[in-house]
Ligand binder design. Structure first.
Ligand code: GLN
Ligand code: ZN
Length: 757
């Protein structure tokens, strides 16, 4: 048994690539130096993989910024605005990634989007009517040649033409189909170059195959590959899929002359069933994605070896593989020496997964492997529940009934009651929660973290910021105030630190996009609220003013979506556990006299399954309930707000309404308010505050444009349901622009309000 991996993290064990690239951006090093670092990093990881015994080591899975951007660059999809800058190759490349402002001109970057169901973001290639796809160079083989010179045979990886064309954005009259023949010719050259260089295996990634495909999509895919594979010559082609199963095209895929097919058995829930129903072609190698490439847990050898045994009966030749690229996990557990071994023994990051793959290969060839020590050690991990289980929390989740998810009074009646009790004006003004994180605010947290100030000092300082913030909001004339979130650097980490069951790493970074990384906290065990989290600050803020200050919490779906989840219990169980913890906080806030509580679900849409058929049963049904669990027990007059970052939720509006919040604020200004029509069409009941200006840009909106936005909103949203607020939190903005923007926001709201009276 041999093993393969789909791809490896490229940022380096200590994020070397990030730091070097940022040096290059600041002009501290040149392009040649950056490329030098890149080739050193690549060499190091090939060695790691070779030493681990990997038989199919990927090359060209590396990228200076993003793999899709590399493909666009390689296929000559370089929009005119970048060509006209007349920069060198690397300059043009980064201009496409990040935009360019300098002596050569001023151009905006290509768009960025979420890569399927991951937290990684790719650069969206643009195909303009004048784009002429062709293979610009054989730079995609640089890695292959470099590794070969080290005596390491690799399989180059490229994104395949189908996924490339499906994800590219056609900006003019032409459609993806119009570019197909040129793109195909370019990929034919890819195969030719591979043959010239002696490549044995080429991996073509086609993750788009796991999406819901139409009949035309399937035809398009087959047509592309029928032509392409006719030209493959001596090179073996591995068609690699991941993030799901290929139920819409499995048989067609098997009929094409690929040499290998990579299937995902982890997220692909129908993969095994497809194989047993339709078999697997005898002339092909199955690359069985049995080891989870996305999660950070040790893999359950019993499951993998069991499945491998079954596959041997169906397939002539099987190679063990990861379910997807290891890009989505941190580099190595060895970077976390501060964590106790009883915790880290459960972890497997990229390097540890290599060791697991090797061990699994060996065990698969060991008769009676059940008795081997490697196997027994592994299996022991899956029995030791003690550290991770909280029987009380489990019992609480098991005891949940409908009443725990249902507020006592229907929303319409509640809303009327709240209007009376809260005494808010028409078009109430508010903000999303955070205020600018000034140097002093950040310093306070940093000093506390380093132990330079006591907790008491830290809290006193935080309260001083709150006091200023309340005063500012009163001066601005906002109606519903916030405390400003000066005690948080991150809306998930802050809560995670106060929940038992959470583990934080020191260096477990995962690339989010380009040079940006995230370090998601890990849900290690059952979750419960350790102690009161926000009430002291919120109570204090409320004591400073006659107006209402919103309690400010992060919801269970967002907390979980931005963490590494467990594998030993279900998503629903985890969400309910976190929901119960947040419910404790909600009820405590209410008891402290807080009349408005916001529960942010910024990331609600993020883990929506790729296939529509799975949306409800696999996610929404319990995600929505987890949110309702947080607030179902509050009094009817307590007003519950929620906030979502992206308004790309036209297709789940009834579900958003079913969260049963009283008010929702969301980002709308960048999407040109398109969402409003859908709200109206769906008779949206939740009061709504579509953001009236974009907080991602330092620009100050003027009164007239906010007024215009509000009048437009009033055409679609009943006046008694409309709130006035920015798009999102203000923490990344400067103070002067925030004051100027909010002054204009309040002015515009007043004018429109008066005109309605
Ligand atoms: N309440 C948070 C803030 O204002 C919400 C952040 C977010 O939506 N990402 O910062
Ligand atoms: Zn937001």
């Amino acid at each position: 048994m041999e093993f393969s991996i789909v791809g490896f993290p490229r940022i380096g064990a200590h994020r070397e690539l990030k730091f070097e690239t940022e040096k290059y951006f600041r002009g501290e090093i040149g392009g040649a130096e950056l490329l030098d670092t890149a080739s050193r990093l690549r060499a190091a990881q090939w060695k790691t993989q070779r030493d681990a015994g990997c038989a199919f080591i990927p090359s060209n899975d590396f990228s200076l910024y993003d793999g899709m951007l590399d493909m666009a660059f390689m296929l000559n999809a370089i929009p005119q605005r970048f060509r006209e800058l007349h920069l060198d190759d690397i300059g043009t490349y980064f201009a496409m990634a990040r935009g360019y402002q300098g002596p050569q001109g001023d151009v905006k970057a290509l768009a960025m989007k979420k890569w399927f169901n991951t937290n990684y973001h790719y650069i969206v290639p643009e195909l303009d009517d004048d784009t002429e796809p062709r293979l610009r160079s054989d730079a995609f083989l640089d890695g292959y040649r470099q590794a070969k010179a080290m005596g390491i045979e690799t399989k180059p990886v490229v994104v395949g033409p189908f996924t490339f064309l499906k994800l590219a954005h056609c900006t003019g009259q032409k459609t993806a189909a119009d570019f197909a023949s040129a793109v195909l010719a370019a990929y034919t050259s890819v195969l030719e170059k591979c043959a010239e260089n002696g490549v044995r295996w080429l991996q073509m990634d086609e993750p788009y195959l796991v999406m819901d495909l139409t009949a035309e999509d399937v035809e398009f895919f087959c047509a592309l590959y029928e032509k392409l594979l006719a030209a493959k010559g001596s090179v073996k082609v591995l068609l690699q899929t991941y993030f799901g199963d290929v139920r819409d095209c499995y048989e067609r895929l098997c009929a094409l002359p690929f040499d290998g097919i990579g299937l995902d058995f982890v997220e692909g829930r129908q993969t095994a069933a497809l194989m047993s129903a339709h078999g697997f072609p005898a002339d092909k190698t199955l690359f069985a994605g049995l080891v989870n490439g996305k999660n950070i847990w040790r893999c359950d050898y019993a499951k993998v070896l069991g499945r491998l045994g079954e596959l041997k009966a169906v397939c002539q030749r099987t190679v063990l593989s990861t379910s997807c690229s290891l890009l989505h996990v941190p580099y190595t557990v060895r970077n976390e020496p501060q964590l106790p071994a009883e915790i880290t023994q459960h972890f497997s990051f990229a390097c540890e997964k290599l060791a697991e793959l090797r061990e699994l290969c060996r065990l698969s060839e060991t008769p009676n492997y059940h008795f081997s020590s490697a196997y027994c050690t592994n299996q022991a991990l899956f029995r030791s529940g003690g550290l991770r289980e909280d029987p009380e929390v489990r019992a609480q989740v098991n005891a949940l009934t409908d009443a725990d998810f249902t507020r006592q009074m229907p929303r319409k009646e509640r809303q009327a009651l709240q209007r009376k009790v809260l005494g808010l004006p028409l078009l109430p003004t508010t903000t999303i929660g955070s205020f600018p994180q000034t140097k002093e605010v950040k310093q306070n947290r940093a000093k506390y973290r380093k132990g330079e100030i006591s907790e008491a000092e830290y809290r006193t300082n935080a309260k001083a910021f709150i006091k200023n913030c309340i005063k500012l909001q009163e001066e601005l004339g906002l109606d519903v105030l916030v405390h400003g979130e000066f005690e948080r650097n991150d809306m998930v980490e802050f809560f995670g630190e106060n929940l038992s069951g959470y583990v934080f790493t020191a260096n477990a970074w995962v690339q989010s996009y380009g040079t940006r990384g995230v370090k998601p906290p890990i849900v290690f065990g059952d979750v419960r609220r350790k102690k009161s989290i926000t009430t002291d600050y919120i109570r204090y803020a409320n004591s400073l003013t006659g107006k209402d200050v919103k309690g400010m919490l992060t919801g269970p779906v967002t907390i979980l979506n931005w963490s590494f989840p467990r594998e030993d219990i279900t998503t629903q169980e985890m969400m309910y556990q976190i929901g119960l913890a947040i419910r404790d906080e909600v009820l405590e806030l209410e008891a402290a006299g807080v009349r408005i509580i916001q529960i942010d679900e910024a990331a609600l849409r993020e883990k929506l399954p790729l296939r529509r058929a799975d949306w409800h049963s696999e996610y929404l049904d319990f995600a929505i309930k987890a949110f309702r669990l947080c607030h179902a027990r509050v009094k009817p007059e307590t007003q519950i707000h929620t906030h979502m970052c992206y308004s790309e939720f036209e297709d789940i509006i009834p579900e958003i309404d079913a969260m049963d919040a009283d008010v929702i604020t969301f980002e709308a200004s960048r999407s040109k308010l398109a969402i409003l029509d859908s709200l109206k069409a769906n008779h949206f009941e939740t009061e709504a505050g579509p953001g009236v200006y974009d907080i991602h840009s330092p620009r100050v909106p003027n009164v007239a444009e906010i007024e215009t936005a509000l009048r437009l909103m009033l055409e679609k949203i009943p006046r008694e349901s409309l709130w006035v607020n920015p798009d999102c939190g203000l923490k990344t903005r400067g103070e002067p622009e925030t004051v100027a923007s909010l002054t204009n926001l309040v002015k515009a709201a007043k004018t429109v309000r008066e005109s309605l009276a």
